[in-house]
Design a protein around this ligand. Sequence first.
Ligand code: AMP
Length: 219
Amino acid sequence: MRLILLGPPGSGKGTQAKLLCQAHGMTHISTGDILRDAVRRGTPMGKLAQPYMDQGKYVPDHLVNDIIAEQFHQPDCPKAFLMDGYPRTLAQAIAFDHVLQQASLGLTAVLKLDVPDDEIVRRVSGRRSCPKDGSVYHKVFQPPKQADRCDLCGTRLTQRSDDREEIVRERLSVYHQSTANLLDFYQQLKLLRVVSGLGAVPEIFAALECALKSEGVQC
Ligand code: AMP
């Protein structure tokens, strides 16, 4: 199965992406994770991307398109995958379409998680992560065992610079502006399925599975 999972930052996209990948044996490809890792390691790409990420802005299309094209041009390129956080603009969708055509791969579906902006702000501002291993917690929904400490390595948890409320609002406005065209693009290809991202994690997962059922996948 080959999926794109769309949704605003903080919609629970990352959590659902992991569950879907486990359930269907897909490779999870998250441009946010790839870029954060590059920033942590201080690579040239990380240095180019960091100023955009810190301000909640999109990294230029050509940078993320190059990251993805590189992955799909490898001989062991993933045949079953879930794209998380890419494509995010129409230009990226067109570039990705080209990459997939070159690899003779077609998409199964594009799933969109819908969550109202105010709910997103409430969720994201409580999010904390471990600067060492990248594991993610939430002050209310998924607190660590010991306050402000990573369960795995004990490191003090931090708030991602782009999870502060003013930055989240900026990210949401960028998301709405750039996704409109993207949704039209996948709607025209009859690939788009919209699912509510409100409720408990297992409920949302079940709704996503049911949306996939219309693509012939068992839910
Ligand atoms: P995410 O974890 O998917 O919310 O991504 C975190 C940040 O990485 C975003 O706010 C952007 O700055 C950058 N980023 C990730 N994926 C993309 C993309 N497809 N296009 C542009 N910027 C991206």
